[in-house]
Design a protein around this ligand. Structure first.
Ligand SMILES: Cc1cc2nc3c(=O)[nH]c(=O)nc-3n(C[C@H](O)[C@H](O)[C@H](O)COP(=O)(O)O)c2cc1C
Length: 205
């Protein structure tokens, strides 16, 4: 049975454009693959803690040498890693916040990028271990960053693509809902274009 992991990172609930398009994509992909399950990681509802001292020390220790607090920090991370590794398809959605991804999505990245679980170092450099997956990025922004002068300020899509490639996921598609701050007409156009692109990608999957 195929599994879709839907990671949502907007705190705007039903008003969120990235949540809306990501949810549509997840529904369309799961309708297409009969019997597929959607596992939802709603980071606004259940934010992962920032990685702290316990996490940073625990990743260098054997399980039996960890304090209860260190074991708990790793258990939280392991839960997120297990979900990622179990998924065939990953949808990551985020608002574009101060030129990058939302901090709750960054926290998720910090928990899933785990040496020995999702990547390892070899003599030839890092090797991604989360292979055989397809990822979709859904990014909503007030301005435009996919073309024009804004591209140099885009620290969201290139960052997410780099992290995913590091983990072994390089089959990545992006849906933008952009320019939504340029007035209601521009926002409507951006939403319709994103809905159409999500439908196209689901058809092509
Ligand atoms: C705190 C904050 C920072 C933002 N920073 C940017 C930004 O740097 N560039 C931009 O184009 N839009 C920015 N926006 C606008 C959001 O990207 C836009 O509202 C988007 O629709 C949010 O995603 P969502 O609808 O999924 O919540 C910001 C919004 C907030 C609340």
């Amino acid at each position: 049975m195929s599994s879709i992991l839907l990671v949502t990172g907007s705190t705007r609930g039903d008003d969120s454009l990235s949540n809306k398009i990501a949810r549509q994509l997840a529904d369309d992909l799961s309708a297409k693959a009969a019997g597929s399950a959607v596992v939802e990681r709603d980071l606004a509802r259940d934010p992962l803690p920032h990685i702290g001292a316990d996490f940073s020390s625990a990743i260098r220790l054997q399980p039996e040498d960890r304090t209860p607090a260190q074991a708990e920090a790793i258990a939280v991370s392991d839960g997120a890693v297990d979900e990622l590794l179990a998924a065939d398809t990953i949808i990551i959605s985020t608002g574009f916040i101060n030129f990058g991804i939302s901090s709750i999505v960054k926290s998720w990245v910090d928990h899933v990028a785990r040496s020995g679980r999702t990547f390892r170092y070899s003599e030839n450099g890092p090797v991604g271990l989360a292979t055989g997956k397809k990822a979709y990025l859904v990014i909503a922004s007030g301005g435009i960053y996919s073309s024009g002068p804004g591209t140099t300020l885009d620290f969201a899509e290139p960052y997410l693509r780099s992290v995913l490639a590091f983990l072994g996921i390089s089959d990545v598609e992006t849906i933008r809902i952009e320019g939504v701050a340029y007035g209601p007409e521009a926002a409507e156009k951006a939403i319709s274009a994103a809905e159409e692109k999500a439908r196209e990608l689901a058809r092509a999957a």
